[in-house]
Design a binder for this molecule. Sequence first.
Ligand code: NAD
Length: 246
Amino acid sequence: MENEKNGAALLRDLIREANRIVFLGGAGVSTESGIPDFRGSGGLYTERATIPPEVILSHTYFLNHTEEFYRFYREKMLFPDAKPNAAHKALAELERRGKLTAVLTQNIDGLHQAAGSKRVIELHGSVLRNHCVGCGRSYPLSFILGSSGVPLCPACGGVVKPDVVLYEEPLSENDLCDAERAIRSADLLIVGGTSLTVNPAAGLVLWFSGGKFVIINRDPTPYDGMANFVFREPIGKLLGEAVEAL
Ligand code: NAD
């Protein structure tokens, strides 16, 4: 069912009735923080690029064109000055109030934690963590930002790789199991800011069987037909207003 009017009030009522909310989100959650998504209007996929982003952000490309990978990665994937927006803050508030059990995110920007969320499953990792592929030493984002070309481990000379799940790389089994468990026990599943086209993250919604299923996304998704309510409004505005009105 598509809902056009008074979205925030309707969402507020759904949140009021729920006790175990799970949120599954993607790049669209952070566009209101100034981080472009991939497939939305103005997203990275709308740029005219000779090599598609999913090729550059693949494991094979990382291995064979490491310098070009880091050029793209630094320019397009790192936004160290971005701040949490109303969506991140509303979700953190719902957790504080004991209403939300988990945020499952495909994002790699760390903004949910920056907003105060504690139970965050980062399905695709985080740009904030990096490790040397040689000796395993950990490095913060500032190390990548402060380096140029291919970042090399000062201790062993190995390449320092972001703890981000690249295309062709598997997701953590533990994270997937935890995400599945959270969704199975949810009484309200809110999915937002994601095209729901990147698997296995998108397919997680299929584990939901109880209560209400809400999608908040500007563009249609393959799962809209399964949802009880679909909102096309900006997610920060809608979630922010709904939680404010609780
Ligand atoms: P996507 O780019 O495929 O889809 C984003 C969706 O969000 C689009 O359908 C768009 O209509 C919607 N959207 C954009 N802004 C919105 C807003 N303000 N309110 C409501 N809807 C909005 O993103 P995806 O499904 O997450 O898949 C892309 C992959 O790229 C993910 O794996 C993710 O890890 C990665 N990525 C992450 C970031 C980040 O960490 N911020 C940014 C870009 C890409």
